[in-house]
Ligand binder design. Structure first.
Ligand SMILES: Nc1ncnc2c1ncn2[C@@H]1O[C@H](COP(=O)(O)OP(=O)(O)O)[C@@H](O)[C@H]1O
Ligand SMILES: [Mg+2]
Length: 295
């Protein structure tokens, strides 16, 4: 134990300190403590206006991993494409969705919550109706705060609420950021990954300035990393140069297991629990708990 402390104070690259994939000293993330009770939830938006970077995959698998550590997790599908709902295998038609909750304050959020196949992981689904929300919300009073008001009603029952944002910085995403304590930005390890991140950070800063002073950047999660390519390693290096310690040490590798698990409608942590990618999301969950982003 004492030796571990020692290692942390040594400079990276010197001695025999193992270096993690992000180029910083490798750390272990402890098994999270059992929570004495539940709630109120910390709310985290999974946000990046670029599509296909792993927002939905991260919401599903981080959510399942946190649930596996005994955290009560509510996932919010906040993308009209409904990929989160599909990925967790819940129906999206003839059910109450997040759109109904945004539109009417008299709909009870607990009517919209569905259980998933994963114990401790619930979801509020979405479908294409949500694409009309932008238009409907434009004329609402305090239109940026509508999701926050909805989530306040259920926050007490959960330890963490994960909002799977749509790939845009429109009114829905601003609602998500306004409702959130933190933001987690998934970044795909490819050449144009950093494009647009400045605009995203600017949007978060504006929301902090005008709507939600407490919002924090919880981290940047590198996804679809391919250790065999120099390209992936270079991109990761550039991301760490730009964002330093905001970049989680945990990196999610590229694997076809994710599309396979999506088709099956279950998280990879259940579909292939021994797969490296399942282990990576469990590590991301432990890292976020250790960082204090999740109880
Ligand atoms: N680590 C990964 N390795 C390989 N494919 C992945 C990985 N993460 C996500 N995918 C796949 O990439 C596609 C986009 O991911 P998704 O999570 O839907 O992104 P977003 O929600 O940001 O649009 C999906 O088909 C998903 O299965
Ligand atoms: Mg998505």
């Amino acid at each position: 134990m004492a030796r571990k402390q020692d290692d942390r104070t040594r400079l990276p690259g010197l001695d025999e300190v193992p270096v993690g994939v992000t180029g910083r000293p490798k750390r272990d993330f402890d098994e999270p403590p059992v929570l004495p009770g539940h709630g109120p939830a910390r709310i985290i938006s999974l946000c990046n206006q670029k599509g296909g970077v792993g927002k939905t995959t991260t919401t599903i698998n981080l959510g399942a991993a946190l649930a596996g550590y005994g955290r009560r997790v509510l996932a919010i599908d906040f993308d009209p494409q409904g990929a989160l709902s599909a990925g967790l295998g819940v129906p999206t038609h003839d059910v109450t969705t997040i759109y109904d909750l945004l539109l009417s304050g008299s709909v009870n959020p607990s009517d919209a919550i569905q259980k998933t196949s994963v114990h401790n992981l619930d979801i509020i689904p979405a479908n294409i109706d949500l694409s009309a929300a932008e238009v409907h919300l434009v004329n609402e009073v305090a239109r940026e705060q509508i999701l926050a008001r909805v989530l306040r009603k259920v926050s007490g029952d959960y330890d963490v609420i994960l909002i799977d944002c749509q790939p845009s910085l429109g009114i829905l995403t601003v609602n998500a950021l306004t409702a959130s304590h933190g933001v987690l930005i998934p970044l795909e390890c490819e050449f144009f990954a950093l494009r647009g991140v400045a605009l995203l950070i600017e949007t978060i800063d504006k929301v902090r300035d005008r709507l939600n002073p407490a919002i924090e950047l919880d981290g940047i999660l590198a996804t679809m990393f391919d250790s065999r390519t120099l390209h992936s390693r270079e991109v990761l290096e550039r991301v760490v140069d730009a964002f330093g310690d905001s970049v989680l040490e945990t990196v999610i590798g590229r694997t076809v297991k994710f599309p396979d698990a999506s088709v099956a409608g279950i998280p990879i942590t259940e579909f292939a629990p021994e797969h490296a990618a399942a282990k990576a999301y469990k590590q991301a969950a432990r890292e976020l708990i250790q960082r204090g982003a999740v109880a």
